[in-house]
Design a protein around this ligand. Structure first.
Ligand SMILES: CC(C)(COP(=O)(O)OP(=O)(O)OC[C@H]1O[C@@H](n2cnc3c(N)ncnc32)[C@H](O)[C@@H]1OP(=O)(O)O)[C@@H](O)C(=O)NCCC(=O)NCCS
Length: 149
């Protein structure tokens, strides 16, 4: 399947909301938050888009100097296991100049995502206890090596 990956802007808000609603993501993102992620320069939102202009997956990251935090990464459930998240993630780390370290938190039950991040060189550094009765989170970190693709 032919896809392209690019950074999104506020012009893509509607397409991103359509994807978010259709993909029934468990992680709640308000309209206001989406608009902020797309407009504030410290956030990078990138998406994989098919030939019809439909978003198939996206990543939102907060970038501060040479470090990034993955806010969310999601691929449409009908298009998973095709390498789309891998392509989006690689595109992201290669497009942020001087990026040294990427950090994220993932629910300990989210085995699919944990395996995905491990395959992309993240390591679990600690468990963060949940505030309420919900699940704990793993904190994971990836240190980008010079010239890594
Ligand atoms: C985690 C998530 C983003 C992964 O997206 P994805 O596009 O399916 O990821 P990839 O296709 O790059 O890799 C997933 C699997 O497909 C396999 N794969 C990749 N390309 C492939 C190909 N061309 N043919 C066959 N298999 C392939 C990978 O080896 C991997 O296998 P594994 O998980 O059994 O080790 C996706 O499952 C998702 O959106 N989950 C819900 C949201 C979520 O939990 N996000 C993370 C919290 S921040």
């Amino acid at each position: 399947m032919k896809i392209s990956i690019r950074r999104l802007s506020i012009k893509d808000l509607r397409a991103l909301k359509i994807f978010y609603t259709r993909s029934a993501c468990s992680y709640y993102i308000s309209d206001m938050s989406f608009a902020n992620y797309l407009m504030l320069s410290q956030y990078v939102v990138m998406a994989a888009i098919n030939v019809n202009g439909v978003i198939l997956g996206y990543i939102i990251c907060l970038v501060v100097i040479d470090e990034a935090d993955v806010v969310y990464l999601c691929v449409d459930d009908k298009h998973r296991c095709c390498g789309i998240a891998t392509q989006i993630f690689k595109y992201f780390i290669n497009s942020v100049s001087d990026l040294k370290r990427v950090h994220l938190e993932v629910n300990v039950d989210n085995v699919r995502a944990i395996n995905f991040y491990k395959r992309n060189e993240f390591k679990i550094i600690r468990i963060r206890k949940a505030y309420s009765n919900s699940n704990n989170f793993y904190e994971m970190v990836m240190c980008k090596t010079p010239n890594a693709d």
